[in-house]
Design a protein around this ligand. Sequence first.
Ligand code: URA
Length: 236
Amino acid sequence: MMRLNKFLAGCGVASRRKCDEIIADGKVAVNGKIVTELGVTINEKKDKVTVEGKTVKLPSSFVYIKLNKPKGYACTASDEKGRKTIYDLIDTTERLFSIGRLDYDTEGLIILTNDGDFANQVAHPRYEMEKEYRVTAEGEIKESELAVMRKGVVVDGERMPSAKVEWLSFENGFTKLSVVINEGQNRQVRRMFEAIGHAIKLLKRVRIGTVKLGGLSRGQYKDLTEDELNSLVRVK
Ligand code: URA
């Protein structure tokens, strides 16, 4: 038995909270009968559930993978501009969801799963999952500029969340840094560097929580290990 909102989230309909709204709106039927109360449980093995008349099903088994997204791939299932997407890289018939996204021009670690409920939960900002990036930026970045980013740069009159920023090297006109953020505001790292006036040449995510990109080459993916998965589940 399973709560209906958890079942719907697991099918990838939406987050549990959003599924509650969908149920309350009278869009969900169990065995042909519209259900509008919240907190209903169903038999996920037997009951037939529809959303706006369409049958929804849990995946028969869950997959959890990590991918090294190359630059030049979108993180959406179908890109409105017809660009390549991360789903072109993965050989599966499963419908996968990414836990968080990366910009088209950003590369690095993306976690994907067909477990919609898990994806929604782990991506939720309340878990403040650390995300670590390697940044190569134009010019020599000074200690005073690092201090500004650590405190939270001001973009369009709004202070960005503070970040952990570590200087790694300066070579051939480019500074390399490690940047760790908790929140995932849209284009957060790029906006931080725009605000201090240094263009980003390369942005790569190397870690989400305890899961590291490791030795995956660009475009390569593999299953999360049990330990990696457990470390994400613990924050759930
Ligand atoms: N910050 C960005 O600016 N872009 C990303 O893709 C991720 C974090």
